[in-house]
Design a protein around this ligand. Structure first.
Ligand SMILES: [Mn+2]
Length: 220
């Protein structure tokens, strides 16, 4: 009797989890945004394998977004053309906007997601932490203190502009904390890796959860 019950409950559990898998639509988004300053297309798959195809015209940003896709296990394609003859500012900020919109769209009403994520990543002497709450409220606390004005040709001040745009458009609280660091390339790359890992956690489906992880009952 006891063993029959166990068999029965296993069968029910297997059937309901198979149903869940079959019913879940892919969490993807495709975004296009064109202004007089930039033209950007992005495709995002949250449950990906870490494949990045990034061509923004800003090589350092490409490098950071490749790393972000890889370490967050997101499949991410970004194509951008912008007014780089002026400087990189519009392109970097607008890529942040489009990436945020892609996350917002792929997450839908945010039901079922773990919502919070936290990760710390080192790169040699640099150690940076990212903490996110994909709550629908946007806030950026930006704690990267970079003395150097540039990484190659890339203006380090643009990292903050990118993060602000990304947090605003995703609709999330984002805290970036720098514990240590000297080399600006290392600092920014450690921050992007921490961000990737935190976003991977926060966007993951929590199997114990039905609906939105909020006492208000909604995150949309
Ligand atoms: Mn690097």
């Amino acid at each position: 009797m006891e063993s029959r019950n166990r068999t029965h409950s296993r069968t029910v559990a297997a059937a309901s989890s198979a149903q869940k898998t079959a019913a879940a639509p892919p969490r993807v988004a495709q975004i296009e945004r064109r202004t007089r300053e930039t033209s950007i297309e992005a495709a995002l798959r949250l449950d990906g394998s870490g494949h990045g195809e990034i061509a923004t015209g800003v090589p350092f940003l490409d490098h950071m977004l490749e790393s972000f896709a890889r370490h967050g296990f997101f499949d991410l394609r970004v194509n951008a053309t912008g007014d780089l003859h002026i400087d990189d500012h519009h392109t970097v900020e607008d890529v942040g906007i489009v990436l945020g919109r892609a996350f917002r769209e792929a997450l839908g009403d945010r039901s079922g997601i773990r919502r919070f994520g936290h990760a710390v990543a080192p790169l040699d002497e640099a150690l940076c932490a990212a903490t996110v709450d994909i709550s629908g409220r946007s806030y950026l606390a930006y704690g990267l203190e970079i003395r150097e004005e540039r990484i190659g040709n890339f203006q380090t001040v643009l990292v903050g502009d990118f993060m602000k745009a990304f947090a605003d458009e995703t609709g999330m609280n984002l805290h970036l904390v720098m514990h240590s660091g000297r080399n600006p390339h290392h600092i920014v790359e450690a921050a992007f890796k921490a961000l990737a890992r935190a976003m991977d956690q926060a966007t993951a489906i929590e199997p114990r959860l039905s609906g939105a992880l909020s006492t208000k009952g909604t995150l949309s």
